[in-house]
Design a protein around this ligand. Structure first.
Ligand code: DX5
Ligand code: ZN
Length: 214
């Protein structure tokens, strides 16, 4: 399992220190949650802070947009050169066009599905995607409870991926911990995002990250 700690649960007064700690602790990607206060009822960080995160990070950035105006935000973050940009299918009328725009910028495209959004909604995008991100909480906040139906959803998505684009990865985001990570692994998930579990682990971020590498 690859591990992408979400910096949403980091100490923002010591952001560079915390980003270095997860990178030194063996994470695979640094997950950055961008919220616009419209698509989700929370507001997080823009390109100035994400640039500082990129400076501190020794692992690639995994940017998760939770915004209404996806194309505008892609343009805003592209110069920082994240490895992956994920956008929500629920907020995009022209997903196919946006996937190709992200690709043309040299960034790997990914689409996010909220807990209620069916996987069939992206069936015809799969061949162009690097990754599908399944939300296992309602987006907007860290520290929420894992929604177990994502496990069956991941298994079904894996079948669809095997048929349409076996290289496409599955990432799961929200409420992930050492208890549910094995179930996710068995369902075919490649990458887990974990915020509060990693940053609030009593034995530190390195131990937390290691415990998710099943
Ligand atoms: C929620 C974010 C998540 C969040 C995960 O909208 O997309 O990345 O930070 O936090 P935990 O792991 O605490 O659920
Ligand atoms: Zn996220």
């Amino acid at each position: 399992m690859l591990v992408a700690p979400s910096i949403l649960s980091a100490d923002f007064g010591n952001l560079a220190r915390d980003v270095k700690a997860i990178c030194d602790g063996g994470c695979d990607l640094v997950h950055v949650d961008v919220m616009d206060g419209h698509f989700v009822p929370n507001l997080t960080i823009g390109p100035v802070v994400v640039e500082a995160v990129a400076q501190a990070a020794t692992k690639p950035l995994d940017v998760h947009l939770m915004v209404e105006n996806n194309s505008f935000f892609v343009d805003l973050f592209a110069p920082i050169k994240p490895k992956i940009i994920s956008f929500h299918i629920e907020s995009e009328n022209h997903a196919h066009r946006l996937v190709h725009k992200i690709k043309d910028l040299g960034i790997k495209p990914s689409v996010v599905l909220n807990p209620h959004t069916p996987i069939e909604s992206i069936e015809y995008l799969l061949e162009d995607l690097h990754m599908v991100l399944l939300m296992s909480v309602n987006p907007g906040f860290g520290g929420q409870k894992f929604i177990p139906s994502v496990i069956e959803k991941a298994s079904r998505l894996k079948e669809l991926i095997n048929k349409r684009n076996p290289n496409c990865l599955i990432e799961v985001d929200g409420g992930v911990n050492d208890k549910n990570v094995t179930l996710l692994k068995d369902a075919g998930v490649d990458i887990v995002v974990a915020g509060s579990y990693v940053f609030k682990h009593p034995e530190g971020v390195k131990t937390a990250i290691e415990s998710l590498k099943v």
